[in-house]
Design a protein around this ligand. Structure first.
Ligand code: ADP
Ligand code: MG
Length: 394
């Protein structure tokens, strides 16, 4: 337990002090009962809290798992900043991916946490959760409220909440019953705002729970063939933390930080769900926002890693326009790529890991390199010894 806590601490400091500001993590959920009944083997394994191994079942569906594990050419390996296996609790995910962002938000910095993945992969569980297993949205508020008490000694704090969905490239308030399509605006002082969006003052976790719950009921969910209740919209919860220094009197500057927590729509491709008509259009629009998000993150990465001056295509989708002041620059971005370990989800899992891998921190840490190098060396040692064998046989 100690070791993992220390590891979390290191990530905390490196995210606080240096560039780049993007943390890419993967969460592998447990097999559901239904999946277990069909096949209890798991295609995805997590090693050392950062490596994800994806076994490739193509053509060999009847082989026992052990023979996959020993057949290295049939597996893909990905290294991420953090990887969580099925045993990771909601609290552990919160501790490592989100808790450290609160300090920044309480001091005027924006940050974004989003869950990416196919329908059924665990995004809503991670971001919203269940009554007995609250997700990141509620855990974040609980932490903010408990921390504000201490911070309020010399500052006046106000916490506000907004909750919206982006469905078919239209923005809707989830905190009112109005179905109006809202405009995203950019203001040089206030940053990005959504005209007419409710922003509710909150003072307790209980109030927040009620708002999130009623917001979720208003979310657009439609059945598709891929899953019974696939979320076709991106749900964006924004927490605005504002403060004034008590010592500076009434005309003190208001400092404001914004934390965006996002349950993205399912990333499965429109073609795999055999959707037609409106469903197909939705699929295209969902992909447009997810593609734009990926493109912005990649461009931001290039700029922060290599000092390039790539244009960031925020304007390509509603989602990225909304996040323009919350991705890049001083803002920290955390991606939680959710995957199912089931055989039936192989293609989705592969696509999600590929997307996450593209977005990840290019500057690899030493530990990760060692692991990768050993893996490659072991491959080459095997080839070399085989060549030796052939040479001696000659
Ligand atoms: P998504 O929002 O990505 O479509 P869900 O969060 O709804 O997926 O998860 C699909 C199912 O798997 C739900 O029944 C959920 O409760 C369950 N589930 C997801 N992640 C976990 C987890 N880490 N532990 C236990 N159950 C999970
Ligand atoms: Mg969902």
């Amino acid at each position: 337990k100690r070791d993992t806590e220390q590891e979390g601490g290191e990530i905390y400091t490196s995210m606080q002090q240096g560039t780049p500001n993007i943390l890419v993590s993967v969460r592998v959920r447990p097999l559901t009962k239904k999946e277990q009944e069909i096949d209890s083997r798991s295609l995805v394994h997590v090693l050392d809290n950062n490596l994800v191994v994806l076994l490739d079942p193509t053509g060999d569906i009847n082989l026992p798992e052990d023979s996959f594990r020993s057949n290295r050419s049939r597996e893909k390996r990905y290294a991420f900043d953090l990887s969580f296996d099925k045993s990771a609790t909601q609290e552990a995910i919160f501790e490592k991916t989100t808790k450290f962002l609160i300090e920044g938000a309480a001091n005027g910095y924006n940050a974004t946490v989003f869950a990416y993945g196919a329908t059924g992969a665990g995004k809503t569980h991670t971001m919203i959760g269940e009554a007995d297993k609250p997700g990141l949205m509620l855990l974040t508020f609980e932490e903010i409220f408990s921390r504000i008490e201490i911070l309020s000694l010399d500052r006046h704090y106000k916490i506000r909440l907004s909750y919206l969905e982006i469905y078919n490239e239209e923005v809707r308030d989830l905190l009112t019953s109005s179905n109006e399509n809202l405009d995203i605006r950019e203001d040089s002082i206030k940053g990005v705002t959504v005209a007419g969006l409710s922003e509710l003052m909150v003072t307790s976790a209980k109030e927040v729970t009620n708002h999130i719950r009623s917001g979720n009921k208003r979310r657009t969910c439609e059945p598709t063939m891929a899953n019974e209740t696939s979320s076709r919209s991106h749900a964006v919860l924004q927490i605005i933390i504002e403060y004034k220094d008590k010592a500076s009197g009434i005309d003190a500057d208001i400092i404001s930080g914004k934390l965006s927590l996002i349950d993205l729509a399912g990333s499965e491709r429109a073609s795999t769900t055999k959707n037609r008509g409106i469903r197909l259009l939705e699929g295209a629009n969902i992909n447009r926002s997810l593609l734009a998000l990926g493109n912005c993150i990649n461009a931001l990465h290039e700029n922060s890693e290599k000092g390039s001056k790539i244009f960031i295509p925020y304007r390509d989708s509603k989602l990225t326009r909304l996040l323009k002041d919350s991705l890049g620059g001083n803002c920290r971005t955390v991606m939680i790529a959710c995957v199912s370990p089931s055989y039936m989800s192989f293609e989705d899992t592969h696509n999600t890991l590929t997307y996450a891998n593209r977005a990840k921190n290019i500057k690899t840490n030493v530990q990760r390199n060692v692991v990768n190098v050993q893996y490659h060396i072991s491959k080459y040692t095997a080839i070399i010894s085989q060549l030796r064998q052939e040479v001696t046989e000659l």
